[in-house]
Structure formats: structure tokens, C-alpha cells
Design a protein around this ligand. Structure first.
Ligand SMILES: Cc1cc2nc3c(=O)[nH]c(=O)nc-3n(C[C@H](O)[C@H](O)[C@H](O)COP(=O)(O)O)c2cc1C
Length: 222
């Protein structure tokens, strides 16, 4: 797949086929994720790949923890995010609704429990970083994560980044034996997308580019 096409067509997949992903393919994808740039070339990312029984156990424990948790999910952790960004989430959920209605699902439940089920993907990859790195170095992990998503997409695989599962980071740490020296950054669900699921045909809207770009000293702009 041509790079530009890959960049424009990648989107999150939230339904996967029950089909194993060959380990060799996962290794190729990780090798390409590992090509990401990083500050001083320190490559601060670590990938923990899990599937099969350990993945099934984690999935069950995440769902169990969520059932016991009465705290509403608050991705902004109490900080006030400017209204225009909150509005983008509202638009996302509004756009998603017709798709989920076809599945007989309700937005919040689908995203919350779906995320904790890691959308039933056959493979999950936890990205971690040593806790002594400054938080700004999560940038490096973001770049590796994007490489991973594009590498997978280029091979006909789908991904969904799952930050919500980190609500239960302690559960993840315990199940995957993550050292206290490392921070958990993101879980990536990976697998062959179920193309027949309406949710995978969904494209999240983007704001007009003019809302996020400022031009300075460019003729006719600014
Ligand atoms: C850091 C990060 C965390 C995310 N966490 C979740 C999640 O927990 N559950 C989910 O369904 N999607 C999650 N997503 C996917 C976003 O909702 C998605 O990327 C966004 O709506 C844009 O859609 P697209 O990826 O299809 O272009 C996450 C994406 C990122 C980058």
C-alpha cells in the first residue's frame, strides 16, 4: 500500500475476525513500529504482546474490575478541557450512533465494555516506558504506536488504540507482570478486521484543517 493511501485510509477497527495472526507478521509490524524516531534515539518503548489464554484472562479481569467500579469514566481526570475539544467527542459519538444502532448497541456501553474486551481482538500489545523518562517522551511512544498502526494497516490488519483499559492499570500490571519501574502507556488491539461489521465502516470526522493550523508569513493566509 502506498504511504499516502495508508495515512488516509487507516482508521480504528472495533470488530475483529476470530482468526490468528501469524507471529511472523506481528514481528514484522513490531520491527516497523521500532523504526519510529525517538529523542536521542533512546527508543524508550517496550512492547508486550499477548494473546490466547493470557489475553482472555486479562479481558475477563478488566470487565470484572469495571463492573465493580462505580466511578464514571473521566478521560480528562477532572481537568477542564476547552469546550471545543469536548464538542469533538460529542460529534464523534453522534456520528457513531447510527452505526451502533444497526448492531443494537448503545454508544457508551459499546465503547466502554468494547474497549475493556479489547474488542475481542486476537492479539493485544501493551506499550510501556520506563517511569524515569519525562512525560514528554510519551511522544516517542505515540510515534511508534502510529507506525505500528500503519504497518498493520499496510498488511490488511486492523488496530484500535485502547487507552480506556488503563483505568485498570493495576489489573494489567498484575496480569502481565509489568515491573513497577515501567509506566503503561497504551494497549493496541490487533487483528484481521471484520469487514462485515458496520462499526468498521465508520469514519471518525475531523475538524476542518483551518481549525487546527495557523499560518504565519505565508502569502494569502493568516
Ligand atoms: C491514545 C489513544 C487512546 C484511545 N483509546 C480508545 C479507547 O479506549 N477505546 C476506543 O474505542 N478507541 C480509542 N481510541 C481510538 C480513537 O477513538 C480514534 O482514534 C479517534 O476517534 C479517531 O478515529 P480513527 O482512529 O478511526 O481515525 C484511542 C486513540 C488514541 C490515539
Amino acid at each position: 500500500m502506498e504511504l499516502t493511501e495508508g495515512l488516509r485510509t487507516r482508521h480504528s477497527m472495533r470488530a475483529f475476525l476470530n482468526k490468528a495472526v501469524p507471529q511472523e507478521l506481528i514481528e514484522q509490524i513490531l520491527a516497523e513500529a521500532h523504526q519510529a524516531p525517538s529523542s536521542s534515539n533512546q527508543q524508550p518503548w517496550n512492547f508486550c504482546v499477548f494473546m490466547g489464554k493470557p489475553l482472555a484472562t486479562l479481558r475477563a479481569k478488566l470487565l470484572q474490575a469495571h463492573e465493580q467500579n462505580r466511578t464514571p469514566y473521566d478521560p480528562s481526570k477532572g481537568k477542564t478541557i476547552p469546550a471545543e475539544y469536548v464538542d469533538r467527542t460529542r460529534k464523534l459519538f453522534k456520528a457513531l450512533r447510527p452505526c451502533l444502532q444497526q448492531l443494537g448497541e448503545e454508544n457508551r456501553a459499546f465503547i466502554e465494555t468494547g474497549s475493556l474486551r479489547l474488542y475481542d481482538a486476537p492479539v493485544a500489545i501493551l506499550m510501556t516506558m520506563h517511569k524515569n523518562f519525562p512525560r514528554s517522551r510519551f511522544m516517542d511512544l505515540g510515534m511508534a504506536a502510529q507506525n505500528l498502526m500503519l504497518a498493520a494497516h499496510g498488511r490488511g490488519l486492523g488496530t484500535c488504540a485502547i487507552g480506556l483499559a488503563l483505568l485498570y492499570e493495576e489489573v494489567i500490571r498484575a496480569e502481565l507482570l509489568i515491573s513497577p519501574e515501567f509506566d503503561c502507556a497504551l494497549i493496541m488491539a490487533l487483528g484481521y478486521p471484520d469487514e462485515s461489521s458496520p462499526v468498521n465502516g465508520f469514519r471518525a470526522p475531523r475538524e476542518d484543517l483551518s481549525h487546527v493550523v495557523r499560518w504565519i508569513g505565508v502569502d494569502g493566509k493568516g
